[in-house]
Design a protein around this ligand. Structure first.
Ligand SMILES: [Ca+2]
Ligand SMILES: [Ca+2]
Ligand SMILES: [Ca+2]
Ligand SMILES: [Ca+2]
Length: 584
């Protein structure tokens, strides 16, 4: 099943969850837990009679459709396991209530449920609005625990779960999901800098989201600072890791198929995605099929990708990848997109790179790995930031290399300037992303070219009514509402100059009637811009509101900057004229 279909299925689950709540008042049960003012001798069935301990969530027998509400401001330590399953349209839900800080969950010991604060062992479960913090673990017992570690862990077989709008801080592994058809969305994860495990020859760095099987979707998350220097490789960890079957403890294979990673923001991690190969069970057994990694904005160190298994039908589309800061760790080739995998080596990879903006340093070719040269590449733009004049040597089909003209690259504003060469230079991928939106939520055009990168050009980013390209051409500020400003003291503000398409920095450029010459006939002369529609209008009585202005001449763009018009002869001695402009 392609990722797009999975996304639609997950949307159905969300809609069903929204529709469920009226039903829950008649059938399902709401439970309340408040660690500050609750009491375990209460019945837990109302906000006035909440339990105190989160262990009640584990010990109570939950039914499909039930919700457990944790009071904001509460704090809980130690693990709980939610073993019951919801059903399609009637998930079990763990959420927050009240006001203040999100309810906090931690577990200080890997000896207790491998350090999980919450383990979801049933299907159709939603976990939302929780704050997980300070779960282990630094130097946990062995590499085998990686499949179980995690502040929030979803068990194998706990399918169709939704993890959304949670916060994870200083958790060695934020989310571990071994469930299929999982949606992990809108979470904020800020990681630690310690190694989870290391020897002289190997290590596990901290990981934000660890997927242990395919059929999962990771979207709209912010993932930061998962990385360590405590590694024989000099740098390890990362935002998203997809690997490790668990060997004999959890024998696979668990295919890494149908994974959709989109609209995430990552910063300061030791890589964005790593997918293993030699840790598979059996080793080298799980190829990578049918992924889409699209519209992510990534400002990390180390490798953007570390794809060690052979790829088939894997698409990296419209990502903005800024990779020039090591964040104090090994750059590890700075910007490598490492697509390797098995034997025979050198066979063209099924990885596709389309419409991406790659900013990198230190090398002329950001693509590394024994299959990356054979990957399909189209519509990409490259900038070697330490030598912007250098052309990327790894993509014969590139749109170009060099300055991408972003609003503030070093400041992290990756929106496109009006004169960016990325505008309109990308392939239209609507067939792959119907009704899609860019990183900023702008609808993607169905027809015509797209822009390169995760952020499509915004016509009026400062929302002052003046298109930024017009502002840019006339030296106005494209990041500030300066519509009401007078740059040139001609009595007409910037917005009105836009409407008339006159120059807001030149007082002589203004929409105005120059004179009315009645020597022989009535000759009206005016000046203005060139791209506005101009209306020469007349009125017989200036003071009467009952008498309307009526157009005697419509001047369609492109117009000359100065114009004249001979008015029809009239018996009236008094003639009143005005010039008005509209933007087509
Ligand atoms: Ca504007
Ligand atoms: Ca402006
Ligand atoms: Ca002006
Ligand atoms: Ca002017």
């Amino acid at each position: 099943m392609p990722p797009r279909q999975k996304s639609q299925n997950l949307s159905v689950v969300l809609l069903a969850a929204a529709c469920m709540f009226p039903i829950s008042s008649s059938g399902a049960t709401d439970y309340y837990i408040d660690s500050v003012d609750g009491n375990d001798s209460n019945n837990g069935l109302s906000t006035n009679t909440p339990w105190a301990s989160h262990s009640k969530a584990e010990s109570t027998s939950l039914a499909a459709g039930d919700t457990i509400h944790f009071k904001r401001g509460s704090a809980f330590s130690g693990s709980i396991v939610i073993s019951e399953s919801g059903s399609p349209g009637n998930p079990i839900r763990l959420t927050a209530y009240g006001t203040g800080e999100l309810p906090k969950f931690t577990n200080p010991s890997t000896g207790d449920e491998s350090g999980n604060a919450i383990r979801v062992a049933g299907a159709y479960t939603i976990v939302e609005n929780m704050h997980f913090h300070d779960t282990p673990g630094e130097y946990v017992s062995s590499s085998l625990i990686m499949t179980r570690l995690g502040a929030l862990r979803i068990n194998r077989g706990a399918d169709h779960c939704i993890i959304r709008s949670n916060v994870f801080t200083q958790c060695g592994q934020g989310i571990m999901s071994a469930g299929q058809h999982t949606l992990i969305t809108k979470n904020y994860l800020d990681g630690p800098s310690y190694a989870l495990w290391r020897t002289d020859t190997s290590s596990w760095g901290p990981m934000g989201i660890h997927l242990n099987i395919g059929n999962q979707e990771v979207s709209y998350n912010t993932i930061k600072n998962y990385g360590t220097t405590d590694s024989p490789w000099g740098s390890d960890g990362g935002a998203i890791e997809i690997d490790y079957s668990g060997w004999f403890l959890d024998p696979g294979p668990w295919p890494k198929t149908n994974i959709y990673i989109h609209h995430n923001y990552s910063e300061g991690n030791a890589g964005f995605i790593e997918s293993s190969w030699d840790f598979d069970f059996l080793p080298y057994g799980e190829e990578v099929y049918d992924w889409r990694v699209s519209f992510n904005v990534c400002y990390d160190g180390q490798s953007w990708l570390f794809m060690l298994a052979p790829c088939t039908g894997v698409y990296f589309d419209n990502n903005t990848v800024a990779r020039y800061n090591s964040f104090g760790r090994s750059q590890n080739w700075g910007a490598r997109m490492d697509v390797q995998g098995g034997s025979p080596v050198g066979v063209a990879s099924g990885a596709h790179f389309r419409n991406n903006l790659f900013i990198y340093t230190g090398h002329d070719n950001p693509y590394q790995g024994n299959r990356s040269a054979g990957a399909l590449k189209t519509g990409n733009w490259y900038m070697r930031i330490d030598d912007p004049g250098r052309v990327c040597t790894g993509d014969a089909n590139q749109i170009g290399s060099g300055e991408p003209k972003l609003k503030d690259l070093i400041g992290g504003n990756y929106k496109l300037m009006p004169d960016s060469p990325l505008r309109g230079a990308a392939t239209n991928l609507s067939a792959f992303y119907p009704n899609g939106v860019d990183f900023n939520g702008q609808p993607l055009p169905t027809n015509g070219n797209w822009d390169i990168g995760a952020m499509q050009y915004i016509v009026d980013d400062d929302a002052d009514g003046m298109p930024d390209s017009w502002e840019f051409d006339h030296g106005l500020n494209i990041d500030t509402n300066d519509a009401a400003c007078h740059s040139d003291n001609d009595g007409v503000n910037n917005y009105s100059e836009y409407i008339a398409d006159t120059d807001p920095t030149n007082a002589a450029s203004v929409l105005t009637i120059i004179d009315i010459d009645q020597t022989h006939c009535t000759l009206i002369r005016w000046k203005g811009g060139t791209m506005a529609r101009q209306f020469l209008e007349t009125k017989t009585d200036l003071d009467s509101t009952a008498v309307q202005w009526s157009a005697v001449f419509t001047n369609k763009p492109a117009t000359p900057t100065t114009n004249d018009f001979v008015a029809p002869s009239t018996t009236n001695k008094a003639s009143i004229y005005r010039i008005r402009a509209e933007r087509p």
